[in-house]
Ligand binder design. Structure first.
Ligand SMILES: [Zn+2]
Length: 211
């Protein structure tokens, strides 16, 4: 029971490191994480902040929330309780969010390599300027990226899901049973893949409403 309660939602073979004053912190692999490894799973300890949450009205809190959260498909901001909130964006990222509530390594990640993901799936209300160390770099990430790039992202995720059952998955117990069944169905029979387009549904309707 105690061990289960301490299970992290970011992969246990990761650690927080300070990079430099400009970049701040980042998350690094402490051992090799092969393609297909689930690197993050939403879990019930995450802090959830809905659009009408009064904490967003307090500027100091709002600044922290905006800096450390991602926005899910129903418009809720998620602030990770552990060091997952320090994972940086890279246009040539090595992990990606999926419509299954977890992130997955889309290529092999070597020990000591920084873990990065794609903020273009996070429904960011404001564009963010970039200068990724790996190229090519889009120079800016924004909510509309999902509409442009979902197909290429889906291809990378599908290739990772194909080998999901061949690699160690310490976070698998955190995947809920309905999702686990969907993932296994895709991994084994190639059926019922859920596209990352699902992650952007609420963002699109929010933009329409706000005009
Ligand atoms: Zn970039």
């Amino acid at each position: 029971m105690g061990a289960a309660a301490k299970k992290p939602m970011i992969h246990p073979s990761t650690e927080l490191r300070h990079i430099d004053a400009q970049l701040g912190y980042g998350v690094f692999a402490t051992e090799r994480l092969p393609r297909g490894t689930i690197t993050y799973v939403w879990d019930p300890l995450e802090v959830e902040i809905r659009p009408d949450d009064p904490r967003l009205a307090e500027p100091v809190l709002r600044d922290k929330i905006e800096r450390y959260s991602y926005i899910d498909a129903v418009g809720t901001r998620i602030v990770s309780w552990d060091h997952a909130k320090y994972v940086n964006h890279c246009c040539q990222c090595n992990t990606m969010s999926t419509a299954y509530g977890f992130e997955i390594a889309i290529r092999d990640i070597e020990a000591g390599e920084q873990i990065t993901d794609e903020y273009g799936m996070f429904n960011m209300p404001e564009p963010m300027n970039l200068s990724c160390s790996r190229t090519p770099c889009r120079r800016q990430v924004k909510a509309g990226d999902l509409d442009q790039l979902w197909h290429a992202w889906d291809e990378k995720i599908m290739a990772a899901l194909d080998v999901l059952e061949l690699v160690e998955q310490p976070l698998w117990p955190l995947v809920d049973s309905v999702t686990a069944t969907q993932v296994e169905r895709y991994a084994r029979w190639g059926e019922g893949y859920r596209s990352v387009r699902e992650l952007g549904a609420a963002a699109a309707s929010t933009q329409v409403r706000s005009g």
